[in-house]
Design a protein around this ligand. Sequence first.
Ligand code: ADP
Length: 338
Amino acid sequence: MTKKTSYKIATLGSHTALQILKGAHDEGFKTICICRKDNADFYKSYKFVDEIILVDNWTSFFKIEDRLIKENAILIPHGSFVSYIKPENVEKIKVMHYGTKGILEWESDRRKERKWLQMAKINTPKIYEKPEDIDRPVIVKFHGALGGKGYFIANNPKEFHERIKEYPNEKDYALQEYVVGVPLYIHYFHSSLTGELEIMSFDKRYESNADSIGRIAAKDQLDVKIRTSYTITGNMPLVVRESLLPEMYEMGKRVVEASKKLVGKGLFGPFCLETIVDPDLKFYVFEISARIVAGTNPYINGSPYTWLKYDVPMSTGRRIALEIKRAIKAGKLEKILG
Ligand code: ADP
């Protein structure tokens, strides 16, 4: 462990907090975990958590913000943080915040996200404006559906109108071409200090019940009218065909370049392209996450790809802390705060 700095690293106790705080500790920072009463004991049980700040619920984050400011804390956003405090409140954060706040708006709005991907010349699944246009299998995604619960597949307009009856209150949905292939999530890190892009790791999701339907014979699936849902329950580590790496690297570079035209300092730090790869090895990107994703959690001890670059186990959480440490040392903290 290296010398402690006066800056502290803080995050919400959820999602990727363990690797963020462990990584911060390993890079010499004191750590703060913002917890609810019901999960505080769990986070306290780890020695690398130096301080716990309790909140009644996640939405009361702003009540403890002054304390974070006094503590000289740098806040690391993660997926749960953004969804708990809501993307529209991110701009109100006053404490030092790692990453560009404005970019979170571009990832959380499907239309904006699509524009971003198109600017970056990234292949995306086709989007249908209205159900009558459905001419191939589509996945119907409800806005704000947590972790893919309740999505359904429709092959044509008739099927869509049949199935949508089960969701009378859902008016806001996207009709996206259903790509038959394998899901592959690419985890990147872009350094705004050096301009370099790194591939950190990959994961595939373990989704209930999509990942267990194959255990039941097709006839039984039909007989008991099983509906597919994509509720995320965990993440599985993955390595990819090495020949795919250069293309993925270029995709990441283009996404970063395009982001600079969208908002201020653009996208930097950890991000993820969520893809489906078809049998012709064509990538279809259906989502960008402009911050650390939970799929990096299998790699708290580093991934095969980070091992190629670092002599220490480098998780994405630790990579964030390393970047902050380098920025502090170079007197360029403003480059990585947003
Ligand atoms: P997230 O849960 O990361 O927000 P989505 O909600 O967009 O991701 O999608 C949930 C799951 O649905 C994905 O992990 C993937 O398995 C599947 N999926 C999403 N979009 C498509 C698509 N266009 N084609 C095939 N499968 C898809």
